[in-house]
Ligand binder design. Structure first.
Ligand SMILES: Cc1cc2nc3c(=O)[nH]c(=O)nc-3n(C[C@H](O)[C@H](O)[C@H](O)COP(=O)(O)O)c2cc1C
Length: 325
């Protein structure tokens, strides 16, 4: 498959592994890149910019294929030295950056001067148009199905992707709710140049998380995600465990929810412990509705090849048969 995405990034298959806090380490990113997709190291998973620099070097030892780095610019309790992380990315010679969370404009001059291709992740058309206007090279359009932060508009990819095709001039990637060949074929049909997956790549052999977390996602249905932080207008889609249900319960009480009321339940350190240790009710973790379509724990190579082969079969056979000769 050749699309503007494979051409612009110099990759074999139009599949990206999106940034994932605590999950996007060199092990996963290199496995996805070695499979012919684009692996992405998550910048802020590294405690300091120096550690990010080292993680990028570690990933280079594991793959000679292109890979990228995610820089998520979100309001945090502890201030983050974003500029220094951006410098570590530039100094390390990385050529592909996925930005998310907030308008990446302040970082663009530095990235552009270093010849970096910037893919900005957006959950709405207005943000996608803004990203195009400020000079991003591509956008990842993240629909309501997605893990992590779907925004507050609740528009699914069946609407967002055709809208992106109508309105954007720069190439766009479909993100959220994708995990199989049907999804890839549908995304391409709706005008996307490829797909970005988070949740599906969590459930692979190389994802550096506990086997129990992967198995919980295999066992889950499409109904097993929860939307938390809605009352704070900072919605996050997470796996529906007892902690997520408790947070939703607290948020649904009359009156405004104070972050202090839920802070201890959702602490990042607990989520990290959960992913490392496999205690499924220790905290929260991001997961998308695609869990309902995940039935196994393949290697990244098996997964990427299966998705591409299935999509090729759908496009080349099923869709072709629909058209009379
Ligand atoms: C465990 C996990 C952590 C994530 N952390 C981040 C993050 O730190 N920054 C970011 O931009 N996106 C993050 N995401 C979102 C993914 O990059 C991607 O946009 C999303 O997973 C796509 O939806 P999907 O899960 O349905 O494939 C995370 C997703 C997961 C599953």
């Amino acid at each position: 498959m050749q699309t503007r995405l494979t051409e612009m990034l110099g990759i074999q298959h139009p599949i990206i592994q999106g940034g994932m806090q605590w999950v996007g380490l060199a092990e996963l990113a290199s496995a996805v890149s070695n499979a012919g997709g684009l692996g992405i190291i998550t910048g802020l998973t590294q405690p300091t910019p120096e550690d990010l620099f080292k993680e990028i070097a570690r990933c280079r030892e594991m793959t000679d294929k292109p890979f990228g780095v995610n820089l998520t610019i979100l309001p945090t309790i502890k201030p983050v030295p974003y500029e220094e992380y951006a410098l570590a990315i530039i100094d390390s010679g990385i050529k592909i950056v996925e930005t998310a969370g907030r308008n990446p404009e302040p970082f663009l001059p530095g990235f552009k001067a270093a010849g970096i291709t910037v893919i900005h992740k957006c959950t709405s058309i207005r943000h996608s148009l803004k990203a195009e206007k400020i000079g991003c090279d591509m956008v990842s359009v993240d629909g309501f199905e997605c893990a992590g932060h779907p925004g507050e508009d609740d528009v699914t990819n069946l609407i967002l992707l055709p809208l992106a095709a109508k309105r954007l001039k720069i190439p766009f990637i479909a993100s959220g709710g994708l995990g199989d060949g049907r999804g890839l074929a549908a995304a391409l049909a709706m005008g996307a140049e490829g797909i970005n997956m988070g949740t599906r790549f969590m459930v692979t052999k190389e994802a550096p998380i506990h086997a129990k977390v992967k198995q919980a996602m295999v066992d889950a249905s499409e109904l097993d995600t929860s939307l938390i932080f809605r009352s704070l207008s900072n919605t996050a889609r997470v796996f529906k465990n007892s902690v997520a249900q408790k947070v939703v319960e607290i948020e649904s009480k009359p009156g405004a929810t104070k972050f202090e009321d839920i802070q201890s339940l959702v602490a990042g350190v607990k989520g990290r412990e959960l992913l490392d240790g496999g205690d499924l009710d220790n905290g929260i973790w991001s997961a998308g509705m695609i869990v309902g379509l995940i039935d196994d724990i393949p290697s990244c190579e098996e997964l990427v090849h299966r998705i591409v082969a299935d999509a090729e079969q759908i496009i080349g056979e099923r869709l072709r048969q629909i058209l009379p000769v």
